[in-house]
Design a protein around this ligand. Sequence first.
Ligand code: NAP
Length: 436
Amino acid sequence: MEHSSEPYNLVTPIGLLGLGVVGSAVVKAIETREKLGDSRVSLDVVASVVRDASVKRDVPVDSSKISTDPNSVIVNPEIRIVVELMGGETPAFEFISRALQAGKHVVTANKEVMSKRGSELLTTARTHGVHLLYEASVAGGIPIIGPLMNDLSANKIMSIRGIINGTTNFILTKMAHEGADFDDVLSEAQTLGYAEADPTADIDGFDAMYKLSVLARLAYQTEVPVESIYREGITKIHAKDFRYARELGYTIKLLGVVQANQNLGLLPRVHPALVPLGEPMASVNGVLNAVEVEGDLVGSLWFQGPGAGPNPTASAIIGDIHKIATEAVGKQIIRKELEPFVIASMEGHKCQYYIRITADDRPGVLANVARVLGDAEISIKSVLQKDTDVDNNRADLVIMTHPARESNMQSAVGSIRALDTVACFDSLIRVETYNS
Ligand code: NAP
């Protein structure tokens, strides 16, 4: 068989569904690369679809190529690759399905549709002999889908652990470094464009949950529905939790974690966690993302970089387009696990816990709390008494436990809340366990 060493020199016609922040960055990056003459693949944006075609856009696309008619891209016979950059489940699912059925390859940055409907879409792609690539849907510019899909295929993946939401990492970093309150930092993040006007998807952990579902499905070749993922956001974290955590040798991060346990199954979870200050994950700051993958052959791998932003996301999208255009995708490797994974319940999760309560500052209070924890088979590792409020005769009680089962901890929380010496159960944060 002959191998050609000629560069790939055909022009690949593409169509965009969405010309917002990321779509515009993709078009601009294509144009600057063409101008510089350093594009490995020549791309031609034939048509773009938007919601409102009357909006004036700062993109190098002729207005005659922008319309509100999805068919101008989906069934356009000129277009070979459809790039979906609208976001959300609806109508993205329908548009991607129709494009695949029309024989187009699709590249998407849409984590929501890939987490909720990804399996259906990937099946449609296989049935119609076309590719559906989605590198940009998780961790923006960081190549993580490609490695899980191909390069790490020899491994049994033991765990994936990551900071996969830049907005919350920006907020938590500011709170940690400046002692700032959650609401103030959220406003600042919104002003800087790091958080949406409606920040729910980020701060309540939905965005990280979508991304974790996509990573887990790929790593374990099993469905990990978003409903099966334990999810908790960062809204209840207080500035003083960072102060106390640091004193104990930790910082606080929103983690997305999935671990395979032979007896319990696969446990996917998104929640704030105390991370030991010495762990690399504790130093991933600002809008950066990081993903740690542990494979049985390769050991621990570390991926870090910009998890969002127009240019990093465009980098991942154009990389996927190049793979398809140069026919570098090949067949996706489908790995066979010995047994399909069961999704484990959070109830069985075992870890150390950080507890902060506001309690009466008088003898016997700690003994009461310790008794409740003891009844739930939870032993105390250390206790700090802080911020005594003399006027109200109250103090913060910060308790670190030894490893305990989640179900036991939840029942203890109810009993501690019921103690009449406890004014408020303020925080319960899980401590992330590292093997090393
Ligand atoms: P965006 O700025 O809101 O842009 C969305 C684009 O889609 C707009 O051009 C909009 O049209 C168009 N659109 C939306 N609904 C439509 C509909 N029903 N029919 C036709 N066009 C429609 O969003 P973005 O930030 O570029 O994000 C796009 C995708 O990339 C999302 O899946 C997002 O999760 C993902 N992503 C974004 C980032 C990031 O840093 N922004 C990073 C990684 C992944 P109009 O312009 O007329 O409103």
